[in-house]
Write a protein that binds this ligand. Sequence first.
Ligand code: SAM
Length: 333
Amino acid sequence: MSGAVRRQSGPFRAGDRVQLTGPKGRLNTVTLEQGGEFHTHQGVLSHDVVIGAPDGSVVVSSNGIEYLALRPLLTDFVMSMPRGAAIIYPKDAAQILAHADIFPGATVVEAGVGSGALSLWLLRAVGPDGRLLSFERRDEFADVARGNVGAFLGAVPENWSVTVGDLQETLPGAVEPGTVDRVVLDMLAPWECLDVVADALTPGGVLLCYIATVTQLSRVAEAIRATGAFTDPDPTETMVRGWHVEGLAVRPDHRMVAHTGFLITARRLAPGAVLPALKRRASKSDYSDEDVELWTPGSLGQRPGSDKSLRRAAREAQAAARAAGAEPGPDGQ
Ligand SMILES: C[S@@+](CC[C@H](N)C(=O)[O-])C[C@H]1O[C@@H](n2cnc3c(N)ncnc32)[C@H](O)[C@@H]1O
């Protein structure tokens, strides 16, 4: 089997992981074994009462303590798994899948692999027909990532490779030029890798860099422009604020993760294509016209959701499908 191995749904079976929430809200994750036992200072919970129960059951220990039994979600796993390097948080992983347009069957290159958190999201998104090629310069981090991916999926999938070495040196020998659909970089100096990434990406392919600081953001944006091989880079930041919703106490949480990183995406141009020049409007209030010209010569970007002709084409396709009886109309007919 090339994709995921461990089941992610259905009644619990021996070998599954289960997350047990006790009376004080404390979480414990155990791997179920026939005849196994989970010991706490409040008694013993037999694994056999969990095995066969549906996901989301409430199970009872030998001395009557109730535990909520849930299969850990990928989010639960990545937030608690062993870390070598800092991980990409689920809020950013979700945005990466959308901005980098990771699709089932895609060939994706990722570097560095770090603790393997993003690798797990990417493997899920490319599915069993896709391929993830991960690169990591530090052997010990590659081991941590293999351990984490194997622990979550039940085995290391065949459609995932981890190459130990610098991406700049190892990528050219690992892929045919122009064959990679998507590249995701999470590393200190992504600008050092842009030439090999441009060679590896298919025309129209997506490069996405996750970076932690504004100085890196500025440097990688200018470096992407300087290659002349990509569309104008599109930077974003994602903030997620939890809410407390209980009775009349409805308010934002007092604490939040304020900053993790920035995403910046660009599309690979066809070889030899040169972007038409584009005058920018943005920086006029901060800099003189001359500065703006000097700093940001600019070129045509590719921003999602701004294409009216795509919307028109989608409306026409819907109308055609309705006419053919393939899809209900707005009134459900
Ligand atoms: C922040 S970690 C990646 C974390 C990972 N995305 C995750 O979610 O678990 C950055 C990693 O990039 C690796 N790295 C940095 N530069 C690299 C390069 N040029 N080639 C390969 N790996 C590199 C580092 O060793 C480090 O493990």
